[in-house]
Design a binder for this molecule. Structure first.
Ligand SMILES: Cc1ncc(COP(=O)(O)O)c(C=O)c1O
Length: 390
């Protein structure tokens, strides 16, 4: 456990991406000349030259993504003093953790030649990924088409439109989430230049978190004299839990890594969609191919009402305006602490992510009074303090 992690994305990138050479005689602010990328041989030289320009443009906005704060949240649960750690991912460019995978997938796609300069980017998404691709697409001058189940929040739809994305809403009758994926594939089949990030199957999604989010967490925890012992995160594509989990295990092989799912719709446990739930962004009707449950520890289930009350409490009592899946991640982390013997719980370093902020949920049940039901943990949580480290 002696590995030292540096928070700088540049450090990690230089370390792991052998296709990048960095001119160390130039200062960090001399971008974009600081980096030279080697695009895969075989890519048409004319496209190669243009892709270099797009890669340079990506570099110019790199500092808008990642290097988010890590929060230490102190609270009591039924009189017991507890602490958990959460990466505040709503500080990213478009307001969610998804900017990281969008940035990384686009970078890798320019390098492989899969994404041609100026080509259409099309993705099926329950919201945040689409918003991330729409924002980066707008910055890089790519048209973006998003296939979105029509029951997602109005804020998500309007945000996508505000970033200039073409929005194609998909109804339950058209197949919902799976129908959205099929429509994106269809678009690519008709025009092979349309780039599909395919976030549910693309291992670059996990890699973004393995190379960046995970090492940042490890470095920030190190600054608090901690090593993560437990990590838990809700599963949409699974990129977050797989990538951060692998990075944490590289430093602490004993760490347990837990996926979280809504108890109202336990897709991971059953393998298929079983019911409606209100934790937008996770449990999308199927188990994505990048999720390897055999690498993970027990699945934690959270009731969506409990998640809503917890998210409301984080905002009201601690000033942390987070979304519903962040409330769910908090409850999941608490459930794991509750499953430990007292001495272990008191010293455990349980880490999770606050995926996005509350602004996308102001037309959802988040902004309403949520009834307390038996079995909820949130009513017995008293939030006491938050400490942030960069
Ligand atoms: C609000 C929210 N929470 C959690 C997740 C899950 O993240 P991942 O796709 O990395 O599993 C997503 C994914 O879009 C999301 O939008």
């Amino acid at each position: 456990m002696s590995t030292t992690f540096k928070t700088s994305e540049r450090f990690v990138d230089e370390m792991v991406d052998e296709r990048c050479t960095v001119d160390k005689s130039k200062s960090f602010y001399d971008k974009p000349t600081i980096r030279t990328w080697r695009i895969d041989p075989g890519v048409d030289p004319a496209i190669n030259q243009k892709s270099m320009e797009y890669l340079a443009r990506l570099e110019e906005v790199r500092s808008l993504i990642g290097n988010t704060p890590l929060l230490q949240v102190d609270f009591s649960y039924r009189g017991k003093r507890r602490t958990l750690f959460a990466k505040a991912e709503y500080y990213n460019l478009s307001g969610s953790i998804k900017d990281r995978m969008a940035f990384h997938i686009l970078k890798k796609a320019y390098l492989s030649g899969a994404l041609k300069p100026g080509a259409m980017i099309a993705e099926a998404t329950s919201g945040n990924a689409g918003i991330a691709f729409a924002a980066l697409g707008s910055m890089l001058r790519h048209p973006v088409t998003i296939f979105l189940p029509d029951w997602m929040s109005e804020e998500r739809k309007n945000l996508l439109r505000s970033y200039g994305a073409n929005l194609r809403l998909v109804s339950h009758e058209e197949g919902g989430f799976l129908g959205s994926i099929a429509l994106a594939e269809d678009m690519h089949e008709k025009d092979p230049d349309v780039f599909l990030p395919r976030q549910f199957d693309n291992t670059d999604n996990c890699e973004a978190h393995y190379l960046f989010t995970g090492p940042e967490i490890l470095a920030q925890m190190q600054r608090l004299n901690r090593v993560p012992t437990t990590f838990v995160a809700g599963v949409g594509t699974g990129g977050t839990v797989m990538g951060i989990g692998r990075a944490i295990r590289a430093v602490n092989p004993q760490a347990t890594i837990h996926p979280m799912e809504p108890s109202n719709s336990p897709t991971l446990s059953t393998g298929y969609k079983t019911g409606a739930h209100r934790i937008q962004g996770i449990s999308d009707e199927f188990i994505p191919s990048i999720v390897h449950l055999n690498e993970l520890d027990s699945i934690v289930q959270v009731d969506d009402g409990d998640a809503i009350i917890m998210a409301q409490k984080l905002s009201r009592n601690l000033g942390l305006g987070v979304g519903i899946s962040s409330g769910a991640n908090f409850i999941a982390a608490l459930k794991l602490l509750e499953s430990m013997p007292e001495q272990q719980a008191a010293s455990a370093s349980v880490v999770t992510v606050f995926v996005d902020d509350n602004k996308k949920y102001l037309s959802a049940d988040y902004a309403k009074e949520e009834p307390i039901k038996p079995g909820y943990l949130s009513p017995d949580v008293e939030l006491t303090n938050v400490l942030a480290v960069r």
